[in-house]
Design a protein around this ligand. Structure first.
Ligand SMILES: [Zn+2]
Ligand SMILES: [Zn+2]
Length: 360
């Protein structure tokens, strides 16, 4: 069938609209008409050639929409779905209930299978994160689709598929603050602000947001941070954060992926503290820390995509949002394709969303 896609040609090039064709869903797959797709940091990194996804291709991995045709059990045309991360369902980690760490994840995220063709027959790399949802339609593995029934706008909720889940899940699935904990979030973008909103839902009593952007820190305070620290002009950031916590922090959620900030995050935690690394850095980023950083029971651990399962995390976050307890839609701004990959870095919009139907 004919669809419209936003093509990524290569580094420093804006998304380009193009007519294309896509096949029929194969057994176990769904065809989804997309209502909206969030733009995640990983899309910009892939477009810049910093992810192992071949270009030209179609990026996009925070889609939500309506099922149009079905070749899988458990779905019907008209179902509304949020597209989560892919998982194979047949490896030891999937069987262990950890699909976010599916051993086949690299090929499922970045394999770049060629199911989309331009109208002149040129194949494009697709299947980015199992979806390539910078398009009017996507064919996805039914395992990745989370059926939802919500009063929130469908075009907004695909954003729960990656970035917001990554931040919220790091707090709710990985760090799990104990009563009275101090929790620090380095980086108040979409992922970090999701972590702040999630932290407010826990018994952590000190929630500190750290960033260099005053507008984002003001948002963090509105969304649940009990204190904020603007790093501009501060020479010893870990010391300032520890002072805000009344001592070394119990938990740090590091969302920037930047070498210098990761080191600050590690130096912020104290005995039995946990530094949870969520942000994705440039592939050349190295992690350097004092060997003693892990003494006194400290942990430095990676956390992918918020861990847990999209099928439990996404519906929970949706319900919390409907209750006014996880107001992620306040962070969304709608953008045209040409601005999709630069909008978040420009800083005006925390979570850009592309509505392809608007541009057909
Ligand atoms: Zn697997
Ligand atoms: Zn993402």
């Amino acid at each position: 069938m004919k669809i419209t896609v936003a093509v990524t040609d290569g580094p420093a090039q804006p998304l380009r609209l193009a007519e294309a064709t896509i096949g029929e869903p194969q057994p176990g797959e769904l065809l989804v008409r997309l209502a909206g797709t969030g733009v995640c940091h990983t899309d910009a990194m892939a477009a810049a050639g910093k992810m192992p996804f071949p270009l030209p291709g179609v990026l996009g991995h925070e889609g939500a929409g309506v099922v149009e045709s079905v070749s899988a059990q458990g779905f019907a045309p008209g179902d509304t779905v949020v597209l989560g991360w892919p998982w194979c369902g047949q490896c030891r980690n999937c069987y262990a209930g950890q699909p976010r760490y599916c051993v086949n994840l690299p090929s499922l995220l970045f394999g770049g299978k060629r199911t989309i063709h331009l109208t002149d027959g040129t194949p494009l790399h697709g299947g980015f994160f199992g979806q390539s949802s910078f398009a009017t339609h996507a064919i996805v593995d039914a395992r990745t689709a989370v059926k939802v029934n919500t009063s929130l706008p469908l075009e907004a909720i695909g954003t729960l598929g990656c970035g917001f889940s990554a931040g919220a899940g790091a707090v709710l699935n990985n760090a799990k603050p104990a009563p009275g904990s101090s929790l620090v979030v380095y980086g108040a973008g979409a992922v970090g602000l999701a972590a702040v909103m999630a932290a407010r839902l826990t018994p952590a009593t000190t929630i500190v947001a750290v960033d260099r952007n005053p507008q984002r820190l003001a948002l963090a305070a509105k969304l649940g941070a009990t204190q904020t620290i603007d790093v501009n002009g501060i020479r010893n950031v870990p010391r300032a954060v520890r002072e805000a916590c009344g001592g070394p922090a119990d938990i740090v959620i590091e969302c920037t992926g930047q070498e210098k900030v990761i080191r600050q995050a590690i130096e912020t935690i104290g005995m039995l503290g946990v530094c949870c690394l969520v942000g994705t850095g440039d592939p050349t980023t190295e992690l350097r820390a004092h060997q003693q950083s892990t003494q006194w029971g400290r942990s430095i651990r990676g956390c992918m995509g918020g861990e847990g399962q999209s099928h439990t995390l996404v519906p929970a976050l949706l319900t919390l949002a409907e209750q006014g307890r996880f107001p992620f839609t306040e962070l969304i701004g709608y953008i045209p394709p040409a601005e999709a990959l630069t909008a978040a870095a420009a800083g005006e919009i925390i979570k850009p969303v592309l509505q392809m139907e608007t541009y057909i």
